[in-house]
Design a protein around this ligand. Structure first.
Ligand code: SF4
Length: 418
């Protein structure tokens, strides 16, 4: 099999991994220019916020495991291929030199054994870094079950590593991916997180401390393949951030790729749920929310009609309206429609004198949603009574069906401030 055939198979096999954001379009070329259907190049964000394009491939789509949700599972009848380390290195270099990509996202099925596959990933990265002197971005997958020494060797060469947790509970893992053990996933995650912290401490003492996954580590959680509610999923994410020093949790709406009695029969992937989970995750990381604040015993799932911050505000209306001229930065952050940037601007502008309602748009604050939750110089100017049902009704009307649909398609990078 030539390298182009392998590329077609192994780029297609990588498309379901969202732990680097990917090309999910299915627009075909109907005689014009371009074709977004084939996978292969995806976009991701580097540590400094730049959008970068990556060659997104599997090293192999052969796999000894048979995870029910996976297109590459052993029992699935599909074309199989395996690169050599040199093929991946040459492809990466070739694409890079033609300016198609700025880096590589390399994942893999498990061929022969976890260590056998991890060794091949290491050899590929070693070739790229040491033989070809490639300094572009590399995101590599750590294979669950491989030895920590191998994972750490890859960590010294990669910019980012991810270990995919895939399912939100041990029960679900046992049911859908019985060959994977939770410890085989959690142990390398913990080890990578600890190493990142240790490296930061060493760096302060020794200038020449080698880099270790400088862009951090991430994981992917499949949403909708198993019965866990959003409360369970968001709490798990919070615990991964807090205990494993994780940079990102990616949520992937479950797409049925092969029927299996253990899987739910879905007509389409739960994209709106995925989107709301990303928003809840955003609140954990940048708005100082705890997972517990977003759910109650009666409401263990997010309200998919509303973004979680707005929903929280409506459920906690006794904390509003807040006075723009007096609220702390933390309180401002809780106002729907106010994000870190606007909150910072308000705090800075207040130092010059009391802010009037008319001053707020001038400092870049969008009042469309925030107006329902604030007073300015003591005045409430939303134009409707301050009551939960009335505000909720107005906001939903303002969103309209189109907005509700679109939110399911937007990526995090396009979310509004707030
Ligand atoms: S180990 Fe990975 S590639 Fe193999 S079947 Fe499971 S999810 Fe798919």
């Amino acid at each position: 099999m030539d390298i182009e055939e392998k590329l077609a198979i192994l780029a297609d096999s990588a498309k379901y991994d969202v732990s680097c954001s990917s090309s999910g379009s299915n627009r075909k070329n109907k005689g014009g220019i371009g074709n977004s259907a084939p996978s292969g190049i995806c976009h991701s964000w580097s540590d400094d916020g730049r959008c970068i394009s990556l060659l997104k491939i599997l090293f192999t789509n052969e796999c000894i495991y048979d995870c029910a949700y996976c297109v590459n599972r052993a029992s699935n009848d599909r074309p199989r291929a395996t690169f050599t380390p040199d093929e991946v290195a040459r492809l990466t270099l070739g694409f890079y030199k033609r300016n198609y990509i700025e880096g590589l996202f390399l994942s893999s099925g498990i061929k022969n054994s976890p260590d056998y596959t991890m060794e091949l990933i290491y050899k590929t990265l070693y070739l790229l870094r040491e033989e070809y002197n490639f300094n572009g971005y590399i995101h590599a997958k750590a294979i669950p079950g491989s030895t920590l020494q191998l994972v750490n060797k890859v960590g010294l060469l990669a910019d980012r590593i991810s270990v995919n947790i895939e399912l939100p509970s041990r029960t679900s893992l046992d049911k859908l991916a019985p060959q994977k053990k939770a410890e085989d996933i959690l142990k390398p995650m913990k080890n990578i997180g600890d190493k990142i912290v240790a490296r930061k401490e060493n760096k302060q003492k020794f200038r020449n401390t080698p880099k270790y996954v400088p862009a951090g580590h991430s994981t992917q959680l499949i949403v909708g393949a198993t019965p866990e509610n959003d409360n369970k999923i968001v709490n798990l994410a919070a615990s991964l951030y807090n205990n494993f020093n994780l940079k990102r949790v990616y949520y992937s709406a479950f797409m049925p790729v092969k029927s299996d009695a253990r899987l739910p029969a879905l007509n389409k992937p739960p994209l709106l749920r995925e989107h709301r989970l990303y928003q809840a995750d955003w609140l954990l990381r940048f708005y100082d929310f705890s997972a517990q604040e977003l759910f109650t015993e009666d409401q263990p799932n997010l309200d998919y009609r509303l973004d979680p911050k707005l929903n929280w505000a409506l459920n906690n209306l006794h904390k509003f309206p807040i006075e723009i001229n007096k609220a702390s930065y933390e309180e401002l952050l809780r106002v729907p429609g106010i994000g870190p940037r606007s909150a910072g601007r308000i705090v800075a502008a207040r130092r010059e004198g009391s802010l009037s309602y008319l001053n707020l748009p001038k400092i870049g604050m969008v009042l469309k949603r925030a107006k329902y939750f604030i007073t300015c110089q003591g005045k409430y100017q939303a134009g409707i009574p301050f009551q939960e049902e009335i505000i909720e009704d107005r906001v939903i009307k303002e969103m309209g069906k189109k907005d509700l649909h679109q939110t399911s398609l937007f990526s995090l990078g396009e979310l509004d401030d707030g």
